[in-house]
Design a protein around this ligand. Sequence first.
Ligand code: ADP
Ligand code: TMP
Ligand code: ASP
Length: 234
Amino acid sequence: MNKLYEGKSKICYSTESKNELQIFFKNDVTAFNSLKKATYESKGVLTAKISNIIFKYLKNNGINTHLIKVLDDQNVLVKKLEMFRIEIIIRNIAAGSIVKRLGIEQATVFERPIFEICYKNDEFSDPLINDDHCVVLGLSSQEQLNEIKKITHKINKLLLDLFKKVDIKVVDFKIELGLDADNNICLGDEISPDTCRFWDKNNRKLDKDCFREDLEDITAIYLIILEKLESLNI
Ligand code: ADP
Ligand code: TMP
Ligand code: ASP
């Protein structure tokens, strides 16, 4: 196995098949474009297990995802995608950067989900862009973006339904998509408390904000999310 890429929280390895990758979920956690870093034993297992449950659920509900097979607690076999160099964010409730950027009060529930695109570029701290930037910078076509919007709103509805069953609010989340070998848009990367904001009914934070804001031990917090999802037996 050859290491193709090591990111902040995962490592991608090549496999015998040119259309497949092995992804390892690291124990590292970073925030603020790596200004803050730490390592927690079992963190990779927690994010991998949570993401795998969510990806299987999305697949069973008609979303094209990269997940082929769970190899072990920290490794998955996935379709190798040609990733769009964009991060897609959906916000249902105000938190994080939108609070600072637009002066909206935290916890304001939006009358409709807000769809955002960020240019995936650490050098420029993943800036917010719009459809025109995306097309002009060659990050995707308008048709692909329209399709990405449709898929992302569908994922949002599915996540809201899923987490409602365990009394958790999906405040916002980030996803990454790419093109598979058949040129279809496919959900890649991960969906976990590293890439989402989850609040319980009392607005207790159950995600990476616990690390960003030094609130609680993230492994204990991520375990709460995992146990709730496991209790659903999906
Ligand atoms: P980062 O690059 O932001 O530090 P990670 O540590 O999560 O992020 O690294 C995982 C990398 O693998 C990301 O750049 C992501 O876009 C990429 N990736 C995720 N899923 C796939 C896939 N199925 N095919 C190809 N690349 C992928
Ligand atoms: P933000 O409020 O900081 O812009 O984050 C919006 C959502 O995106 C939140 O659920 C956290 C997630 N996110 C990532 O997954 N990776 C990132 O690099 C950033 C900045 C946010
Ligand atoms: N993922 C980014 C980083 O690692 C930012 C964040 O999630 O807060 O630095």
